[in-house]
Design a protein around this ligand. Structure first.
Ligand code: NCD
Ligand code: ZN
Ligand code: ZN
Length: 354
């Protein structure tokens, strides 16, 4: 049970079930923030080139560990990037990493519909092409993590997640009734309802920014590129559905920040990149949402229990404490030769991780 006074909350150390850590100089910044908050994180494979084999994933995990400041206990949980050509044998190799202490675990496979989001051009062009891979995943109980948006230009940007459910996810589920699926970074009432009404094998991650903001945030007082991410923020009624799902206690909703760093000059640009950076203050932002919903007592399960339970991993044993202490977040961070502007840069947040 979480222990709480009105001004402090101690919970089991949380994990981030969806994060982008990047590579090279960017990795150092991103992993420091993530490891300061989370004991483990599911690391997305959309590097250039993408992480498509166990060898590449485990090499990447070594770079993540090397980028960590010594002493930080942090386990990256690695993922493979699903392409039309992924060899089903690679799923056997990935599953074997979860049975061995040799190298990082490769715990899941990520589906990016081709062209849906940042670095997704190598993604899947037609789900039927990867059915042999999905067969093996279903048998080996390896979760499929889904960026759930259709990519057709004729579909309105704000409808792409809802259309994905009807045209892709429902048929996929029908053809693979025993596949574990995580609907990543859900943004709509339709997605929250779909997951709620599906069985034990369908879960969803929810970001802090989709819980805190609706689409007005992108256009308040001018275009605000740091609020632009994919799937794009939706209208207020959808945000309220996500808050209801996250704070419901339903074990198939859990924390995934989708913290996605891009250099400031590439966000503040004529064609600004999609992705919001929240890793520097993630648990604080979730606490803010849960408190607003009068559900702080449910934060621990959402942040620390539901994720490992769904993945079949042990819960963490350490604890963190957050305190009601207003603090001003940094305006930006050094990011290699560039700068990184987080979401809500320079704003005051009510909760602070100790
Ligand atoms: C992510 C990124 O930048 O890698 N961007 C985003 O807007 N969420 C990719 C993703 O998760 O779709
Ligand atoms: Zn995505
Ligand atoms: Zn993402």
């Amino acid at each position: 049970m979480p222990s709480a006074t009105p001004d402090s909350l101690t919970i089991t150390q949380p994990d981030d079930w969806h994060v982008h850590l990047r590579d090279g100089e960017a990795l150092t910044v991103a992993v420091a923030h993530t490891a300061a908050q989370f004991r483990r994180a599911v690391v997305m494979p959309n590097l250039r080139p993408p992480v498509t084999t166990v060898v590449i994933a485990q090499d990447y995990a070594k770079r993540i560990q090397a980028a960590l400041h010594s002493g930080a206990a942090f386990d990256p949980l690695m993922t493979l990037y699903l392409t039309d050509r992924l060899d089903p044998q690679e799923i056997h190799r990935a599953a074997a990493t979860c049975q061995s202490d040799d190298g990082a675990q490769v715990v899941a496979v990520k589906l990016y519909p081709a062209g849906a989001t940042t670095n997704s051009d190598a993604g899947v062009t037609d789900l039927r092409k990867v059915y042999p891979v999905l067969e093996v995943m279903q048998t080996l109980e390896m979760p499929l993590l889904v960026h759930g948006e259709v990519t057709s230009p004729e579909i309105d940007l704000f409808d792409r997640e809802a259309v994905f459910i009807d045209t892709q996810l429902i048929p996929l589920r029908r053809d693979f009734p025993a596949l574990k699926i995580v609907f990543e970074h859900i943004t709509t009432t339709q997605a929250a309802q779909y997951v709620r009404d599906s069985g034990d094998l369908t879960a969803a991650t929810i970001t802090a920014h989709h819980l805190l903001f609706n689409r007005n945030a992108i256009f308040t007082g001018g275009i605000r590129p740091h609020y632009y991410c994919l799937p794009v923020l939706k209208r207020e009624s959808h945000r309220l559905s996500l808050v209801a799902a996250a704070t419901s206690g339903n074990p198939r909703f859990f924390l995934g920040t989708d913290s996605a760093p891009h250099a400031t000059h590439l966000k503040e640009h004529a064609t600004g990149c999609a992705g919001s950076y929240t890793a520097h203050a993630a648990i604080e932002m979730y606490a803010e949402v849960f408190e607003q919903a009068d559900a702080l007592h449910r934060l621990e399960a959402f942040a620390s229990f539901h994720g490992p339970d769904f993945y079949g991993l042990a819960r963490n044993t350490g604890h963190i404490t957050i305190q009601r202490t207003a603090w001003q977040t940094p305006v930006d961070f050094a990011y290699g030769q560039a700068r990184l502007t987080p979401l809500r840069a320079g704003e005051w947040l009510p909760w602070k991780l100790q």
